[in-house]
Design a protein around this ligand. Structure first.
Ligand SMILES: Cc1cc2nc3c(=O)[nH]c(=O)nc-3n(C[C@H](O)[C@H](O)[C@H](O)COP(=O)(O)OP(=O)(O)OC[C@H]3O[C@@H](n4cnc5c(N)ncnc54)[C@H](O)[C@@H]3O)c2cc1C
Length: 333
C-alpha cells in the first residue's frame, strides 16, 4: 500500500542485526502515523528461522525474498530484486540501516526506482501528509529537515538510511505477522560480482558501528602499544575500541576503526575519548553519542566542549584506574 513503511531486515550469521530492530521500531511508529503497515523485507536463502525471529518483534508483515541467488550479499541480485519489488508495490518509504552493506545497496535501489535517498538520518516523522527526515550537516553543526514530498513525484517511494544506535529498538512482544514469499527472478546479467572468497573477521569483539560503549584513542595514546590500556578498559565494559584519524594515519589502528568524517559515524550510549583533541572532523563521527567522557591532559582541549564528563589527566594513569574500578563494580553487581 502507498502508506506502508518498509524496512530492510539486515542479518548476519543467522541473526538479525541490532539496527534491524531499530528500523522496525521506527517503521512501526511511522506506519501508525501514516495509516499503513510496518513491513519487513527479508532477503537471503533458507530464511525460515530468521522470519520466526523477526516475527517476535511485531512487524505487521514480512516479505521473504528467499532464493539461493541471494545466499550471500551481492550488489547485483539484491539491487535487482528490491528495485523490482518496490516498483511493483510502491510503499511510502523504504528504510535501511546506515551500515556498510546498505551504503552499497540503498543508493542503487533508490537510483533504479528514480527516487531520493536520505542518508545518515537521525530523526524521522510523518506530518502534514509527508515523511520528514533529519540529517546532520557540516559535521553536525546544522540539522536539515528534508521531506520526500519536495523531491519525489507523488507516489514515489522515499528511501532513507537511519543512523545506528539513535532510534529505539523494537522489543520482543510476540506476534505472528503475515509472511509472504515473493517471487525472485534474477536475470543472468545481474549476477555480479563473483565472490571468490569470504574472509571472516578474526576477532569476536564488538562491532564499532553497533557498539553500546566505545573506548576511542587518539594521538595522545602515543603508539600501537598504548592501545593496550584502552583494550583492557573495553574488555571490562564489553565495549568496542575506536580511533581518531591521527591514530589510524600513524598506523596504530586499522582504518576500519576510524571514527569521524572520513571514518565511521557512531552513536553509542557512552563514548570514552582518550587523548583525542576533538577536531571538528572527529566530532562529526561521534557527537551524537548519548554520553561523552573525555580524558585529556590539556584542559583547553576542544573535546571538553562536547563532553558530558571530563577528566583532565594522563590517560595512562586515568584509564587503568577506570578499568580497575569498573572491574570491581561489575564483579560486585
Ligand atoms: C578532510 C579531513 C577529514 C578528516 N577526517 C577525520 C576523521 O574521520 N576522524 C578523525 O579523527 N580526524 C579526521 N581528520 C583529522 C582531524 O582534523 C584531526 O587532525 C584529528 O582528529 C586529530 O586527531 P587526535 O585528536 O588524535 O590528535 P591531536 O589533535 O594531535 O590530539 C591529541 C590529543 O591528545 C592529548 N594528549 C596527549 N598526550 C596525552 C595523554 N598522555 N593523556 C591524555 N591526553 C593526551 C593532547 O592534549 C591532544 O588534545 C580529518 C581531517 C581532514 C582535513
Amino acid at each position: 500500500m502507498a502508506t506502508d513503511i518498509w524496512f530492510f531486515a539486515e542479518h548476519k550469521d543467522g541473526n538479525l542485526r541490532k539496527v534491524t530492530l531499530e528500523l522496525l521500531g521506527e517503521a512501526k511508529r511511522l506506519a501508525a502515523a501514516a495509516g499503513g503497515e510496518a513491513v519487513a523485507v527479508l532477503a537471503g536463502s533458507g530464511l525460515g528461522g530468521l522470519a520466526g525471529q523477526l516475527g517476535q518483534y511485531g512487524p505487521d508483515r514480512i516479505i521473504l525474498l528467499d532464493d539461493p541467488a541471494l545466499a550471500e550479499y551481492r550488489t547485483g541480485p539484491y539491487t535487482n530484486v528490491l528495485a523490482v519489488l518496490v516498483a511493483e508495490r510502491k510503499p511510502l518509504a523504504f528504510l535501511f540501516g546506515n551500515t556498510a552493506l546498505t551504503r552499497d545497496l540503498a543508493p542503487r535501489v533508490a537510483g533504479r526506482c528514480g527516487a531520493p535517498l536520505f542518508s545518515d538520518c537521525t530523526g524521522a516523522a510523518y506530518r502534514d501528509g509527508a515523511l520528514h527526515f533529519t540529517r546532520p550537516m557540516y559535521g553536525g553543526k546544522l540539522y536539515a529537515d528534508v521531506t520526500g514530498a519536495a523531491v519525489g513525484q507523488p507516489g514515489t517511494t522515499v528511501f532513507a538510511a537511519l543512523r545506528a544506535n539513535v532510534f529505539g529498538a523494537a522489543q520482543a512482544t510476540g506476534g505472528s505477522p503475515a509472511v509472504e514469499t515473493a517471487a525472485v527472478a534474477v536475470p543472468p546479467d545481474a549476477l555480479w560480482p563473483v565472490v571468490k572468497e569470504t574472509l571472516a573477521q578474526v576477532s569476536g569483539k564488538v562491532e564499532l558501528a553497533e557498539a553500546n560503549i566505545i573506548v576511542s584513542g587518539g594521538r595522545g595514546v602515543g603508539g600501537a602499544d598504548g592501545f593496550k590500556v584502552l583494550e583492557e578498559l573495553a574488555d571490562a565494559l564489553g565495549a568496542a575500541v575506536g580511533a581518531s584519524r591521527m591514530a589510524v594515519d600513524n598506523g596504530w589502528r586499522d582504518y576500519k576503526y576510524q571514527v569521524g568524517q572520513t571514518g565511521k559515524t557512531v552513536s553509542p550510549t557512552l563514548y570514552i575519548a582518550c587523548g583525542i583533541s576533538g577536531a571538528i572532523q572527529h566530532l562529526a563521527g561521534m557527537s551524537s553519542s548519548k554520553c561523552i567522557l573525555a580524558i585529556n591532559t590539556d584542559p583547553e582541549a576542544n573535546i571538553f566542549k562536547v563532553a558530558d564528563y571530563g577528566i583532565v589527566g594522563d590517560l595512562f594513569q586515568v584509564v587503568p584506574a577506570l578499568t580497575q574500578e569498573f572491574r570491581r563494580l561489575l564483579a560486585a553487581s
